[in-house]
Design a protein around this ligand. Sequence first.
Ligand code: BQF
Length: 290
Amino acid sequence: MPAIIIDGRSIALKVREEARVRAAALRGRGIIPCLAVILVGEDPASISYVTGKEKALAEAGMEGRDIRLPESAGEGELLSLIGKLNEDKSVHGILVQLPLPPHISEDRVITAIDPAKDVDGFHPVSVGNMVLGRRCFIPCTPNGVLRLLRETGINTQGSRAVVLGRSAIVGKPLSILLARREVNATVTLCHTGTKNLGEITRQAEILIAACGKPGMVSADMIKPGAAVIDVGVNRISDPSKKSGFRLAGDVDFRAVREKAGWITPVPGGVGPMTIAMLMLNVVEAAEVWV
Ligand code: BQF
């Protein structure tokens, strides 16, 4: 029997509805949750991500303060903008769309954000709090993966979870979150230095692909019945499309769906959950002030 295809869009809509209800309660007390979204330059993928975030904010009854800087903007300019937004009481969250142009240090920019407004959860203070299991903003994509597993009823307790990819935004935080007591998976983090990858992935009841290599996860790497979560969002050039590209995940979907128990599609799997979890973090940032 082929895998159950997890509908990330519908689970994301449910989460966004929860954010809308909480935002409406704040509005009744005179607070409109506000996220400042900063985009530097004109990378088409970044523009589409920012547009999607602003649309979701509007639909949840929240404010998106759209700030666009030219590609030529200097690091100092961005740092002073963040300083002003940190002081602005009407701004609850600050999001800098990544990647930044190469002449700007992402590290210095992220570190300049007030951790109380760090709804992406990328600030070193947020990362530290996350590792320690303290209350903090959890990065949206890892949190979206956890929510997807929970909403789908996939057992994590005592399960073997294998994460492919050690990025600071997905693989590394996700491996830590999966090992939390309330999730209780036994986690293996694989990366470009991993030997005998297939031997390891074939033990996974939960396999998370976040390696950024389109179609890298093949059917022979899957334990029959496993939950396969595809975090990959790779743009593949496709002249037959109006946009000139299609999205492909890190998983060979057609082959793996025949062997897995659950699988997330790309698009329509983890991506929409990322946006939904961002909406929860923004409403949470505003609730702190109530
Ligand atoms: C979908 C991102 C790499 C680098 C920087 C929905 C998104 C993507 C896909 C989205 C991503 C990826 C975001 C789908 C935000 C996820 O339907 O499958 C939504 O907007 N994402 C980002 O802001 O920066 C990135 C990937």
